[in-house]
Design a protein around this ligand. Structure first.
Ligand code: ACO
Length: 339
């Protein structure tokens, strides 16, 4: 029988997050590489980040965040009919992290997939989740952003520009048809500019040239993230306001109509620059980069969960979530809070 498209709005009905207990301060990093608390704070706003203990994997963190999101939505894992996992630090090269999480959730044959859109992965997940539910294909989607980045960092002087930035964490949301037609995801817009893919990424393992991985790639740091920081910074502060304005224009809204602004947490200076340039009041923004560093695809659902638990989210509030990351990928999602 053909599916009937009858869902107009898709709401976020649960949120959860998980971070490993181990706190790594800037001072701790400055003992193992040529950096300082002062440099990291001034340039990025980061004070500390979390690293997993050996043996803890992306699907472990994702499981904890998912269980909390399910609990706040009043659901069991078996109520979910599709699982989306956004990550740039997958558990293995393949299979996807979704398979490991799906098994740990105790699911038998429930479908799902990984989203590879780096720091923008959660915004892409909202876009896909909304479409899959609105089409009538699925009813309840678990969307997780998760990163275990610490094992891949080059914790030496050579890698200090990226090692100082990244941390581990997971955030999860539940997506379902909204009960109130005014609530839910209003609009998501995403973009890619693939010509800048070489400005931020991990080169090896790579099938290019039939190489895969050699001992020298480990020795020369080719297995750790490489970034042209200034280039990425300039593009982030241009593209993020651009896509926010696209969403606002599409919805007939302007900056004062938004109640809460959640930006990707790559650098506090990026977010301050955007807020200042767009006339966004500081009290309508929330940042957690100070505590967690850049947790890539996990960042936005972690911010959302902290805001929900802090009582910052009221039914009817308009939340603008915006991300920018490797690829380059970027996007913005406007959500009206409430079920
Ligand atoms: N400690 C001390 N010094 C450092 C460190 C460090 N951890 N890292 C770099 N430096 C040095 C550099 O070597 C350089 O030294 P030099 O002047 O002698 O050459 C100096 O500090 C300045 O380096 P810059 O790279 O110019 O510093 P900048 O002010 O641009 O800050 C940063 C660097 C924080 C990386 C910034 O460029 C940035 O945030 N870029 C954007 C990051 C981003 O948005 N990423 C996208 C999302 S992540 C994702 O998608 C995976």
């Amino acid at each position: 029988m053909a599916r009937v498209r009858e869902i107009s709005q898709v709401a976020i009905t649960g949120t959860g997050m998980a971070v490993p207990p181990r706190i790594v301060t800037n001072d701790e990093l400055s003992k193992i590489m040529d950096t300082s608390d002062e440099w990291i704070r001034q340039r990025t706003g980061i004070e500390e980040r979390r690293y997993v203990a050996p043996g803890v994997s992306a699907s472990d963190l994702a499981l904890e965040a998912s269980q909390k999101a399910l609990a706040t939505a009043g659901l069991n894992a078996t109520d979910i009919d599709f699982v989306l996992v956004a990550t740039l630090s997958p558990e293995q090269y393949f299979p996807g992290t979704c398979s490991f999480l799906q098994a740990k959730l105790g699911l038998s044959t429930t479908s799902g997939l990984d989203i590879r859109a780096q720091c923008s992965g959660f915004v892409y997940g909202l876009e896909m989740g909304q479409a899959l539910i609105a089409s009538g294909q699925y009813k309840r989607i678990l969307l997780v952003g998760v990163e275990v980045q610490s094992p891949a960092l080059d914790l030496t002087d050579r890698g200090r520009d990226t090692a100082a930035l990244f941390g581990d964490g997971a955030g999860a949301v539940i997506l379902e048809a909204a009960k109130n037609p005014k609530h839910g995801i209003q609009r998501v817009i995403t973009h890619i500019e693939g010509k800048h893919a070489d400005k931020l990424g991990v080169q090896y393992p790579s099938a290019i040239g039939g190489v895969w991985i050699k001992p020298e790639h480990i020795a020369d740091g080719g297995v750790s993230p490489k970034m042209d920081g200034r280039f990425v910074f300039k593009h982030a502060v241009t593209r993020m306001p651009e896509v926010i304005n696209e969403v606002l224009l599409d919805q007939g809204l302007s900056v004062p109509d938004i109640d809460l602004w959640l930006f990707h947490q790559a650098n506090l200076r990026i977010n301050e620059h955007i807020a200042q340039g767009m006339g966004i009041p500081v009290e309508k923004t929330y940042n957690n980069i100070q505590k967690y560093g850049n947790t890539s695809a996990a960042t936005l659902p972690m911010l959302l969960d902290e805001c929900r638990r802090d009582g910052r989210l009221k039914d009817g509030d308009r939340i603008m979530m915006t991300a920018f990351g490797a690829g380059f990928t970027w996007g913005s999602a406007l959500v009206t809070w409430g079920k």
